[in-house]
Design a protein around this ligand. Sequence first.
Ligand code: GLN
Length: 250
Amino acid sequence: MNIDDKYLLSDIKVSKRKQDEFFSIIKDRANGKPVSRIIKKRNFWNSEFCINDSTLDPRPDSEVLVSSGIELAKIFIKKEINILELGVGSGCILLSLLKEIHFSNGIGVDIDFNTVMVAKKNACNLNVEKKVKFLVSNWTNGFKGNFDLIFSNPPYIKSDDIKNLQIEVSKFDPIIALDGGKDGLSCYKKIFKNIKNYMSNNAFFLLEIEPCLSKHVVSIAKSNDLELFSTQNDLSGQKRCLIFQKLKKN
Ligand code: GLN
């Protein structure tokens, strides 16, 4: 209602319009609309991110990609770290990293123009807009580059499983950010095809996964000359992040 808390202690008068608005929000929530979609923002890592209907709602489980990225950035001797995120969404992962890693710059790629506009707005809100560029592209189509840290949280839910997810997800998250095809792996297959060409010599590629897909993703990586460097668990102890490097040829 955009009122001060002091006002709540006084003899509160709520206009009919405000009451209708309030009850319509309660109805939305009762019908499964997440609070973040109602207030159009969500906290992630240590910032607040605007979201809209075309962005995936940031999940606490994805924060493991941020914490892992911050640790890996310390390994590099060079000063400036180049970061790429494929499927940038609201920008929660990439922008959190750019805020945390002092000497860094990034490119955020998304197939959806409206999503990129939200990520841009979030970059300004976090004061990292000078460190980041955004591209509308289908994964790596149409651009080249050499990056030290690459991130992606691609759609990985099996198409047939989407209807069984909680309504907050199945009805309110954009389907394009969830649907990983019949086996949940279709986007990983596309991304791995070219990713090597975007990795600097000692680069790390950090992927969010559904834990049960782990061995399949590792085998897709192997057939594209990448090897598993480590795995990281999310907040509920599930294997959520796989970290790859280019296969070292002896
Ligand atoms: N982790 C999300 C979920 O379980 C899915 C996000 C994704 O497919 N990348 O709802």
